[in-house]
Design a protein around this ligand. Structure first.
Ligand SMILES: NC(=O)c1ccc[n+]([C@@H]2O[C@H](COP(=O)([O-])OP(=O)(O)OC[C@H]3O[C@@H](n4cnc5c(N)ncnc54)[C@H](O)[C@@H]3O)[C@@H](O)[C@H]2O)c1
Length: 260
Protein backbone atom coordinates (compact mmCIF):
# COMPACT_ATOMS: atom_id res chain seq x y z
CA UNK A 1 0.00 0.00 0.00
CA UNK A 2 1.10 3.50 -0.81
CA UNK A 3 -0.05 6.08 1.74
CA UNK A 4 -0.76 8.86 -0.75
CA UNK A 5 -4.46 9.86 -0.72
CA UNK A 6 -5.34 7.29 1.96
CA UNK A 7 -7.48 7.78 5.07
CA UNK A 8 -5.44 6.59 8.04
CA UNK A 9 -6.18 6.19 11.75
CA UNK A 10 -3.41 5.72 14.35
CA UNK A 11 -4.08 4.92 18.03
CA UNK A 12 -1.63 5.73 20.81
CA UNK A 13 -0.61 8.58 18.52
CA UNK A 14 0.06 11.40 20.99
CA UNK A 15 3.59 10.09 21.64
CA UNK A 16 6.45 7.90 20.44
CA UNK A 17 5.94 5.53 17.51
CA UNK A 18 2.30 6.57 16.95
CA UNK A 19 3.14 10.27 16.65
CA UNK A 20 6.06 9.47 14.30
CA UNK A 21 3.74 7.35 12.13
CA UNK A 22 1.22 10.23 11.90
CA UNK A 23 3.91 12.74 10.89
CA UNK A 24 5.32 10.33 8.31
CA UNK A 25 1.90 9.42 6.85
CA UNK A 26 1.19 13.15 6.50
CA UNK A 27 4.51 13.62 4.65
CA UNK A 28 3.65 10.68 2.38
CA UNK A 29 0.50 12.55 1.31
CA UNK A 30 -2.26 10.81 3.26
CA UNK A 31 -5.67 12.38 2.54
CA UNK A 32 -6.52 12.36 6.24
CA UNK A 33 -4.64 11.31 9.37
CA UNK A 34 -6.71 10.72 12.51
CA UNK A 35 -4.62 10.97 15.67
CA UNK A 36 -6.28 8.97 18.47
CA UNK A 37 -5.03 8.69 22.04
CA UNK A 38 -6.20 8.40 25.63
CA UNK A 39 -4.35 11.67 26.05
CA UNK A 40 -6.78 13.89 24.11
CA UNK A 41 -4.69 17.08 24.45
CA UNK A 42 -1.60 15.26 23.17
CA UNK A 43 -3.59 13.86 20.24
CA UNK A 44 -4.86 17.33 19.35
CA UNK A 45 -1.32 18.79 19.49
CA UNK A 46 0.00 16.20 17.01
CA UNK A 47 -3.07 16.63 14.80
CA UNK A 48 -2.66 20.45 14.73
CA UNK A 49 0.96 20.02 13.65
CA UNK A 50 0.00 17.93 10.62
CA UNK A 51 -3.45 19.30 9.81
CA UNK A 52 -5.06 16.06 10.95
CA UNK A 53 -7.95 15.28 13.29
CA UNK A 54 -7.36 14.55 16.99
CA UNK A 55 -9.84 12.26 18.76
CA UNK A 56 -9.62 11.31 22.43
CA UNK A 57 -10.00 7.52 22.53
CA UNK A 58 -9.52 4.82 25.17
CA UNK A 59 -8.74 1.75 23.09
CA UNK A 60 -9.55 -0.50 26.04
CA UNK A 61 -13.21 0.52 25.68
CA UNK A 62 -14.95 -1.02 22.66
CA UNK A 63 -17.55 1.79 22.37
CA UNK A 64 -14.68 4.32 22.07
CA UNK A 65 -13.23 2.43 19.10
CA UNK A 66 -16.65 2.18 17.45
CA UNK A 67 -17.04 5.96 17.89
CA UNK A 68 -13.52 6.57 16.52
CA UNK A 69 -14.32 4.60 13.36
CA UNK A 70 -17.73 6.27 12.91
CA UNK A 71 -16.37 9.81 13.44
CA UNK A 72 -13.50 9.16 11.04
CA UNK A 73 -15.77 7.75 8.34
CA UNK A 74 -18.29 10.60 8.78
CA UNK A 75 -15.58 13.26 8.48
CA UNK A 76 -13.11 11.67 6.05
CA UNK A 77 -14.79 8.74 4.29
CA UNK A 78 -13.86 5.03 4.43
CA UNK A 79 -10.74 4.07 6.40
CA UNK A 80 -7.99 2.61 4.22
CA UNK A 81 -5.44 1.91 6.98
CA UNK A 82 -6.14 1.39 10.68
CA UNK A 83 -3.06 1.31 12.93
CA UNK A 84 -3.64 -0.27 16.35
CA UNK A 85 -0.53 1.12 17.97
CA UNK A 86 -1.41 2.00 21.59
CA UNK A 87 0.32 -0.29 24.06
CA UNK A 88 1.36 -0.54 27.70
CA UNK A 89 4.14 -2.35 29.52
CA UNK A 90 4.37 -3.38 33.16
CA UNK A 91 7.38 -5.01 34.76
CA UNK A 92 7.28 -8.10 36.95
CA UNK A 93 7.69 -7.18 40.63
CA UNK A 94 11.37 -6.72 41.64
CA UNK A 95 12.63 -10.16 42.77
CA UNK A 96 9.13 -11.48 42.04
CA UNK A 97 8.12 -14.51 40.04
CA UNK A 98 7.09 -14.36 36.38
CA UNK A 99 3.51 -14.29 37.70
CA UNK A 100 4.09 -11.38 40.09
CA UNK A 101 2.65 -8.44 38.13
CA UNK A 102 -0.66 -7.35 39.70
CA UNK A 103 -3.95 -8.68 38.29
CA UNK A 104 -4.92 -5.09 37.55
CA UNK A 105 -1.87 -4.57 35.32
CA UNK A 106 -2.23 -8.00 33.68
CA UNK A 107 -5.79 -7.03 32.79
CA UNK A 108 -4.75 -3.62 31.42
CA UNK A 109 -2.08 -5.32 29.31
CA UNK A 110 -4.69 -7.73 27.90
CA UNK A 111 -7.18 -4.94 27.25
CA UNK A 112 -4.78 -2.52 25.56
CA UNK A 113 -2.23 -4.84 23.93
CA UNK A 114 -4.73 -7.44 22.68
CA UNK A 115 -8.44 -6.66 23.02
CA UNK A 116 -8.01 -3.20 21.49
CA UNK A 117 -6.85 -4.95 18.29
CA UNK A 118 -9.95 -7.17 18.41
CA UNK A 119 -12.27 -4.18 18.95
CA UNK A 120 -10.64 -2.22 16.11
CA UNK A 121 -10.91 -5.14 13.71
CA UNK A 122 -14.56 -5.70 14.67
CA UNK A 123 -15.32 -2.03 13.99
CA UNK A 124 -13.48 -1.59 10.66
CA UNK A 125 -13.64 -5.02 9.01
CA UNK A 126 -17.29 -5.05 7.84
CA UNK A 127 -16.74 -1.90 5.74
CA UNK A 128 -13.33 -3.04 4.50
CA UNK A 129 -14.69 -6.47 3.50
CA UNK A 130 -17.63 -4.84 1.69
CA UNK A 131 -15.12 -2.68 -0.23
CA UNK A 132 -12.76 -5.69 -0.66
CA UNK A 133 -9.97 -3.37 0.43
CA UNK A 134 -8.37 -2.37 3.71
CA UNK A 135 -5.18 -2.61 5.76
CA UNK A 136 -4.71 -3.36 9.45
CA UNK A 137 -1.31 -2.46 10.91
CA UNK A 138 -0.83 -3.62 14.50
CA UNK A 139 2.11 -2.46 16.59
CA UNK A 140 3.31 -5.50 18.52
CA UNK A 141 6.99 -5.92 19.55
CA UNK A 142 9.92 -8.26 19.15
CA UNK A 143 8.68 -9.48 22.56
CA UNK A 144 5.72 -11.03 20.71
CA UNK A 145 8.08 -13.23 18.68
CA UNK A 146 10.85 -13.67 21.28
CA UNK A 147 10.31 -12.49 24.88
CA UNK A 148 10.66 -9.44 27.13
CA UNK A 149 12.96 -10.30 30.01
CA UNK A 150 11.43 -8.92 33.22
CA UNK A 151 7.89 -8.48 31.90
CA UNK A 152 5.79 -11.62 31.57
CA UNK A 153 2.58 -9.62 31.07
CA UNK A 154 4.12 -7.75 28.13
CA UNK A 155 5.60 -10.91 26.54
CA UNK A 156 2.38 -12.88 26.91
CA UNK A 157 0.03 -10.21 25.57
CA UNK A 158 2.34 -9.35 22.68
CA UNK A 159 2.47 -13.08 21.71
CA UNK A 160 -1.33 -13.05 21.77
CA UNK A 161 -1.36 -9.95 19.56
CA UNK A 162 0.74 -11.80 16.95
CA UNK A 163 -1.69 -14.74 17.10
CA UNK A 164 -4.65 -12.46 16.50
CA UNK A 165 -2.93 -10.70 13.59
CA UNK A 166 -2.14 -14.11 12.02
CA UNK A 167 -5.83 -15.04 12.33
CA UNK A 168 -6.83 -11.77 10.67
CA UNK A 169 -4.41 -12.37 7.80
CA UNK A 170 -5.47 -16.00 7.30
CA UNK A 171 -9.23 -15.43 7.64
CA UNK A 172 -9.47 -12.22 5.61
CA UNK A 173 -6.69 -12.44 3.03
CA UNK A 174 -9.27 -13.65 0.49
CA UNK A 175 -11.51 -10.68 1.41
CA UNK A 176 -8.84 -8.26 0.15
CA UNK A 177 -7.63 -7.36 3.66
CA UNK A 178 -3.92 -6.83 4.28
CA UNK A 179 -2.34 -7.21 7.72
CA UNK A 180 1.09 -6.29 9.08
CA UNK A 181 2.67 -6.33 12.53
CA UNK A 182 5.50 -4.03 13.63
CA UNK A 183 7.94 -5.91 15.87
CA UNK A 184 10.78 -3.64 17.01
CA UNK A 185 13.19 -4.17 19.86
CA UNK A 186 14.13 -0.98 21.74
CA UNK A 187 12.73 2.32 20.43
CA UNK A 188 13.56 5.68 22.05
CA UNK A 189 10.12 6.60 23.42
CA UNK A 190 8.73 7.31 26.90
CA UNK A 191 7.77 3.61 27.16
CA UNK A 192 11.42 2.58 27.07
CA UNK A 193 11.91 4.53 30.30
CA UNK A 194 10.31 1.55 32.03
CA UNK A 195 13.23 -0.58 30.88
CA UNK A 196 16.24 1.62 31.82
CA UNK A 197 18.68 2.37 28.95
CA UNK A 198 16.95 -0.13 26.73
CA UNK A 199 17.57 -3.00 29.16
CA UNK A 200 17.85 -6.47 27.61
CA UNK A 201 15.76 -5.35 24.62
CA UNK A 202 18.38 -2.68 23.86
CA UNK A 203 21.19 -5.17 23.15
CA UNK A 204 21.05 -4.49 19.40
CA UNK A 205 20.76 -0.74 19.78
CA UNK A 206 17.95 1.70 20.27
CA UNK A 207 16.28 3.05 17.14
CA UNK A 208 14.20 6.23 16.88
CA UNK A 209 10.44 6.33 16.28
CA UNK A 210 11.28 7.91 12.89
CA UNK A 211 13.37 4.82 12.02
CA UNK A 212 10.33 2.70 12.82
CA UNK A 213 8.18 4.91 10.58
CA UNK A 214 10.70 4.38 7.73
CA UNK A 215 10.42 0.59 8.18
CA UNK A 216 6.64 0.84 8.27
CA UNK A 217 6.38 2.80 5.01
CA UNK A 218 8.67 0.25 3.32
CA UNK A 219 6.81 -2.69 4.90
CA UNK A 220 3.41 -1.33 3.83
CA UNK A 221 4.69 -0.79 0.28
CA UNK A 222 5.87 -4.42 0.20
CA UNK A 223 2.71 -5.59 2.04
CA UNK A 224 4.88 -7.82 4.28
CA UNK A 225 3.22 -9.33 7.35
CA UNK A 226 6.33 -8.91 9.52
CA UNK A 227 7.82 -5.41 9.76
CA UNK A 228 11.14 -5.62 11.60
CA UNK A 229 12.91 -2.32 12.33
CA UNK A 230 15.68 -4.46 13.91
CA UNK A 231 16.40 -6.98 11.14
CA UNK A 232 18.24 -9.30 13.60
CA UNK A 233 14.87 -10.25 15.10
CA UNK A 234 14.27 -12.43 12.01
CA UNK A 235 17.42 -14.47 12.74
CA UNK A 236 16.62 -14.72 16.48
CA UNK A 237 13.11 -15.97 15.66
CA UNK A 238 14.51 -18.59 13.26
CA UNK A 239 16.97 -19.73 15.94
CA UNK A 240 14.22 -19.91 18.56
CA UNK A 241 12.05 -22.14 16.38
CA UNK A 242 14.93 -24.35 15.23
CA UNK A 243 16.19 -25.10 18.79
CA UNK A 244 13.87 -23.86 21.53
CA UNK A 245 15.95 -25.26 24.44
CA UNK A 246 19.13 -23.63 23.19
CA UNK A 247 17.25 -20.35 22.75
CA UNK A 248 15.89 -20.55 26.33
CA UNK A 249 19.45 -21.13 27.63
CA UNK A 250 20.63 -18.06 25.75
CA UNK A 251 17.78 -15.98 27.17
CA UNK A 252 18.64 -17.15 30.72
CA UNK A 253 22.25 -16.06 30.11
CA UNK A 254 21.05 -12.67 28.87
CA UNK A 255 18.80 -12.31 31.95
CA UNK A 256 21.70 -13.14 34.29
CA UNK A 257 23.93 -10.58 32.57
CA UNK A 258 21.35 -7.86 33.26
CA UNK A 259 20.72 -9.04 36.84
CA UNK A 260 24.42 -8.44 37.74
N1 LIG B 1 9.39 1.80 22.85
C1 LIG B 1 9.76 0.57 22.59
O1 LIG B 1 10.92 0.18 22.86
C2 LIG B 1 8.81 -0.40 21.93
C3 LIG B 1 9.34 -1.59 21.40
C4 LIG B 1 8.47 -2.50 20.80
C5 LIG B 1 7.12 -2.21 20.70
N2 LIG B 1 6.63 -1.04 21.22
C6 LIG B 1 5.19 -0.83 21.11
O2 LIG B 1 4.97 0.39 20.40
C7 LIG B 1 3.68 0.90 20.72
C8 LIG B 1 3.80 2.38 20.99
O3 LIG B 1 4.60 2.57 22.14
P1 LIG B 1 5.66 3.78 22.28
O4 LIG B 1 6.97 3.16 22.50
O5 LIG B 1 5.47 4.74 21.20
O6 LIG B 1 5.21 4.34 23.71
P2 LIG B 1 4.68 5.75 24.20
O7 LIG B 1 4.51 5.58 25.67
O8 LIG B 1 5.53 6.84 23.67
O9 LIG B 1 3.24 5.89 23.50
C9 LIG B 1 2.15 5.09 23.86
C10 LIG B 1 0.89 5.92 23.66
O10 LIG B 1 -0.24 5.07 23.88
C11 LIG B 1 -1.20 5.83 24.59
N3 LIG B 1 -2.11 4.95 25.30
C12 LIG B 1 -1.86 4.19 26.40
N4 LIG B 1 -2.99 3.57 26.79
C13 LIG B 1 -3.97 3.93 25.91
C14 LIG B 1 -5.35 3.64 25.79
N5 LIG B 1 -5.97 2.85 26.68
N6 LIG B 1 -6.03 4.17 24.76
C15 LIG B 1 -5.43 5.00 23.87
N7 LIG B 1 -4.13 5.34 23.95
C16 LIG B 1 -3.42 4.81 24.96
C17 LIG B 1 -0.40 6.71 25.53
O11 LIG B 1 -1.17 7.83 25.99
C18 LIG B 1 0.79 7.11 24.66
O12 LIG B 1 0.53 8.32 23.96
C19 LIG B 1 3.18 0.05 21.88
O13 LIG B 1 2.26 -0.90 21.42
C20 LIG B 1 4.44 -0.62 22.40
O14 LIG B 1 4.17 -1.83 23.05
C21 LIG B 1 7.45 -0.14 21.81
Amino acid sequence: MQIKDKVVVVTGAASGIGAALCRRFHREGARAVVVADLNGDGARLVSQEIGGIGIQTDVAVESDLIRLVQETENQCGPIDLFCSNAGVSYRDEPDGTAASCSNENWQKAWDINVMAHVYAARAVLPGMIARKNGYLLNTVSAAGLLNQIGSASYSTTKHAAIGFAESLAITHGDDGIKVSVICPQAVATPMLGNFEDGGPQGVDGIVTPEDVADSVVAGLAAESFLILPHEKVRLYTQRKISDYDRWLNGMRRLRRSFAN
